[in-house]
Design a protein around this ligand. Structure first.
Ligand code: SF4
Length: 362
């Protein structure tokens, strides 16, 4: 049957045929099993005839130049502008989604901007960006498109950044991250119960991705945990999470605790008090993590990067704007020469905190 799957029918990778004539998508641990004409849970991958297709190839929900600190990445090309875009759909079902208008989108009308990989990379270069971010919704579900954009970026000397929940199968993960220079990975909580009941997923695959990134790739990555009052902000859970990060990934991996605001299907609780973020930061630093940040709140102390050798403030931030720069051109502390983990250029960028929506034309 020629079916009614809307959107592009770009050939999808990572799937196989089952004995009962269904085909299984092997991109993420959901392993959706589909009959002709059915969409996967992410909505953007679907079965058309006898193959899996990506329906959002070359389509975007919009482009914006952001400060790279907004991804958030604090140790990757600080102060530089990054051309950011997403598509539609998601492979998790988080009830607290802070980007639900994009991630839950089921209408292709929302994908207003048509953009071929070369168009995006050329625009990023012309707009003065140093990198391109796959963000707003999880790029693992539009892997083929993200990889082609990444190739076009690398051909022009641009870096690539994935903002992801890390919910991806090992084979697809290898391809996906081989095209990324940096990533911010959401670690949504540190209990299986939270992942299962609030995200419709599992914790272990996310931990596997983090361990993979740390030990088998050169991708620079930082972790973000959105703290939700009464859901994932208990001292014991924060202790478990940060202890695991320190032991499994090492003390240099930056960890961002960011503030929740009531949204989507979780409107029954207040926004995260700043004191919760500070408490989480204290616990994580007590477990040996060197770079722990507070996010989505105005907290210059919790937004600063400090030297673990002498304690000096290396990079000061006021919201997403750099206020202090005490690194040598080689990325070392000016006071004691201790190197700072991350990817730095001789000088910081000067993009500031502004966000600039852009419209790409062919
Ligand atoms: S990527 Fe989409 S279709 Fe594939 S398994 Fe995950 S949710 Fe299902």
């Amino acid at each position: 049957m020629e079916n009614a799957i809307q959107g592009s029918h770009f050939p999808g990778r990572y799937w196989h045929r089952l004995d009962d004539d269904r085909i299984q998508c092997d991109v993420c641990p959901r392993l959706c099993k589909l009959r002709d004409g059915q969409h996967g849970l992410c909505f953007v991958r679907a079965r058309a005839g006898d193959e899996m297709v990506l329906t959002t190839y070359g389509r975007s929900s919009g482009f914006c130049i952001d400060p790279i600190e907004k991804k958030p990445l604090n140790h990757f090309l600080p102060g530089t502008p990054i051309l950011s875009f997403g598509t539609a759909g998601c492979n998790l079902t988080c009830s607290f989604c802070q980007n639900w208008d994009i991630s839950k989108a089921r209408e292709f009308d929302r994908l207003n901007d048509a953009a071929a990989p070369d168009t995006i990379a050329t625009a990023a270069l012309q707009l003065g960006c140093r990198s391109v971010a796959f963000t707003y919704n999880d790029p693992v579900i539009f892997l083929e498109y993200a990889v082609d954009v990444a190739k076009a970026c690398h051909a022009r000397g641009l870096k690539t950044v994935a903002v992801t929940a890390g919910y991806i199968m090992p084979e697809a993960r290898t391809e996906f991250f081989s095209h990324m220079d940096a990533a911010n990975v959401d670690l949504k909580a540190f209990t299986e119960a939270f992942y299962h009941t609030r995200c419709g997923g599992h914790l272990e695959p996310v931990k596997d991705t983090l361990v993979y990134l740390r030990h088998q790739t050169k991708v620079w990555f930082e972790i973000t945990t959105l703290l939700i009052p009464g859901a994932n902000d208990a001292d014991a859970e924060l202790d478990d999470l940060s202890r695991w990060v320190a032991e499994a990934l090492g003390p240099e991996v930056p960890l961002h605790f960011s503030a929740f605001h009531p949204d989507w299907k979780m409107t029954d609780r207040p926004a995260t008090p700043p004191a919760t973020l500070t408490r989480a930061r204290d616990i994580a630093m007590g477990n040996g993590l060197r770079h722990v940040y507070t996010g989505n709140v105005h907290d210059p102390a919790g937004g600063g990067t400090y030297c673990h050798g002498c304690g000096a403030l290396l990079i000061g931030r006021d919201w997403y704007e750099l206020s202090t720069w005490n690194l040598t051109p080689e990325g070392r502390c000016r006071a004691c020469a201790t190197p700072l983990a991350g990817r730095f250029e001789a000088r910081p960028g000067h993009w500031g905190r502004k966000r600039q929506p852009v419209r790409l034309t062919r």
